[in-house]
Design a protein around this ligand. Structure first.
Ligand SMILES: [Zn+2]
Length: 330
């Protein structure tokens, strides 16, 4: 199973880098046609490059020769950049544009799998390939704080809007300072108040930074683990990824079947990640009191002890309508 996915992804990389190179050739052709001087410059640069390479064998004052030749290359590159700009092209117009600059769409950096490769594998493993499409529409800029009332709500000390402002700041802080922060996040409260939306915003920010993110509802996660038990080849890999990805998002905690099996799987995931200092974001529609009665103490104590708790509250109708209009739920 793993091999099949790896093969598919490697093929995809091959296609991506071919596309990137042929698009670059196309742009080069266009420029050579419009600005013939640039073709001369490129030829000259490669000739000088060859000169430098062969100068070592010539027995001349190599150092000053190379220095002088390098200066010439810099001059030529300057001239090329100025020409491109004067024709209103971006300076890097003739360079190859890769989707992932880290691995140049090869999937590997120094023989190690690039984070984009790991993410592609995870997307295939967990069928979360639709995640990116959903995330295109969901980011912190889209979060509309005005949907939350600024009136006092029940017994809460601050208004829903003030509460959300604080949650939003913490979420932005979490994703922007991801490497420095050791906290995990726990969102709880009624549905329709933006928990999934904010989880998506965080996932998007981190994916954009090249972090590896697994995003699953808790019922899917338990299902995946259950299936993995029947296939030894994929089980180790899958469980390894759940344990080691940069951020594990467990959405809708409590929707999984409430059995000793799923509770022990949940405990193992949460505990292993805590021990390894790997971050998590968990959300649930349950209240804290409900959680205490549903889950055994060993799970709730891990959550209370290692997560920053954020309570979502307010009148959900306007918020729900607005959020549902914008997106399908993952
Ligand atoms: Zn990459």
């Amino acid at each position: 199973m793993q091999n099949k996915y790896v093969m598919e992804i490697l093929k995809e990389y091959e296609r991506l880098s071919e596309e990137a190179k042929s698009a670059q050739l196309q742009r080069q052709k266009e420029i050579y046609h419009k600005i013939p001087r640039i073709k001369e410059i490129d030829n000259e640069i490669s000739r000088i490059g060859y000169d430098i390479a062969s100068s070592i064998f010539k027995g001349i004052d190599v150092e000053s020769y190379i220095k002088e030749r390098r200066r010439k290359i810099t001059d030529l590159k300057m001239e090329k950049a100025e020409l491109l700009t004067s024709f209103r092209y971006p300076v890097d117009y003739m360079e190859v544009k890769y989707i992932c600059e880290k691995c140049k769409d090869t999937g590997y950096v120094k023989n190690e799998k690039c984070s984009c490769f790991k993410q592609k594998l995870i997307d295939k493993f967990y069928q979360q390939s639709n995640l990116r499409d959903v995330l295109k529409k969901e980011n912190f800029d889209m979060f509309d704080i005005s949907l939350y009332s600024s009136e006092k709500y029940k017994d809460e000390l601050v208004s829903p809007r003030k509460n959300m402002e604080e949650i939003l700041i913490s979420c932005i802080n979490f994703s922007q300072n991801f490497n420095a922060i050791s906290d995990n996040l726990f969102f709880y409260g009624n549905s329709g108040l933006g928990k999934t939306f904010l989880s998506n915003c965080i996932a998007k920010e981190l994916l954009d930074k090249g972090k590896v993110v697994i995003y699953q509802t808790s019922s899917n996660l338990i299902q995946i683990l259950r299936e993995s038990r029947f296939d030894e080849n994929i089980s180790r890999e899958r469980i390894e990824e759940i344990n080691t990805c940069d951020l594990l998002i467990i959405d809708d905690l409590g929707t999984e079947p409430n059995t000793p099996y799923s509770q022990s799987e949940l405990f193992n995931i949460i505990n292993t990640r805590i021990l390894q200092g790997k971050k998590m974001l968990i959300s649930t529609n349950f209240s804290l009191e409900d959680l205490m009665t549903i889950y055994p103490e060993r799970i709730t104590s891990r959550i209370l002890g290692h997560f920053t708790m954020f309570k979502f509250y307010g009148d959900d109708i306007r918020i729900k309508n607005s959020i549902n209009k914008r997106k399908p739920r993952i």
